[in-house]
Design a binder for this molecule. Sequence first.
Ligand SMILES: N[C@@H](CCC(=O)N[C@@H](CS)C(=O)NCC(=O)O)C(=O)O
Length: 341
Amino acid sequence: MTNPIDFMGAAGSPYTRKMLAFMRYRQIPYRLHWSTGQVPEGFPKPKVALLPTYFLPDQSGDIQAVTDSTPLIRRFEKDFEGRSVIPTHPVLSFLNDLIEDYGDEWLTKAMFHYRWAHEADYKNAGPLLIFWGSSTIDDEMATAMSDHFSKRQIDRLYVVGSNETTAAIIEAAYARFVDILNDLTKKKGFVLGSRPSSADFAIYGQMTQLAIAEPTSAKITRDISARVRAWVDRVEDLSGLAPKEDDWFDLDIAGNALKPLLSEIGRTYTPVMLANAKAVMAGEKTFETIVDGARWAQPCFKYQAKTLGWIRDVYFNLSQKNQKQVDDILSGTGCEALLET
Ligand SMILES: N[C@@H](CCC(=O)N[C@@H](CS)C(=O)NCC(=O)O)C(=O)O
């Protein structure tokens, strides 16, 4: 590994914020390059332009552009000792994978929806996205770029499944989630106990936007829970936290504590992930399902079929005993369907 580690990201990118907070908590030395739309001089371009982009040595020591927060976190777990964000118990570790993916792949729908669906929010976000890239850009140019980018993003709302029918589902689900996170963090401070997991960082990344940047969802968050709103600021920098091995939930506590969150994941993320994966396997371009009694339709997203595959692989590689423990915890939440053969 290089020291410090170079990566490029943007303040308005939830996955950049996930990784920045992760690097701080893990006390991994880094250099963050704010993205201007191009890679910083001297660094390679990624195959797929995604933020954050890390610049990491390959086996022969050549620097490569690497993306995708979830596997990156697992790679750093191997390269840097201590302060792990992956629970030691395999069952808790499985639940962490699932909740992290819910944060990355479902909450991001709420994030994208609230950013671009309502006028007050897109008028706020458009200029921020330009100025997050550069403070010195001239006003006229900033307005033109903001208008252009906002139009492109508003036209892409359908890609994450946000439309007139689903808006109410996404918004009700977000409000329920804030309430659930309020009750959960009230117990021990984090999703899986009194130390943060990669699931906390995934949720945090989306919340840097939902709870702070977008006026409509920021107000909703604050109105439901000052605790959650404050949590987002705390998770930004957990470098001073001193985690202990027994700070993770015990398994018998985890089942009850996580029931409301897992039931929420069973209600929204689960039907969408399953219908998407099925349609991807069948070679379809779009899929439809029912979420909360309403029609959900969107283009297929191959990457989400892949993340569901990761979660299923983890489960099927657990011992019989651990699989049974997962089954007991997921029983009645709706998440069981994710693991059916
Ligand atoms: N699965 C990836 C997702 C990264 C991602 O989608 N990043 C967004 C910004 S938050 C992006 O770069 N989108 C492409 C674009 O804006 O052009 C991760 O976890 O890092």
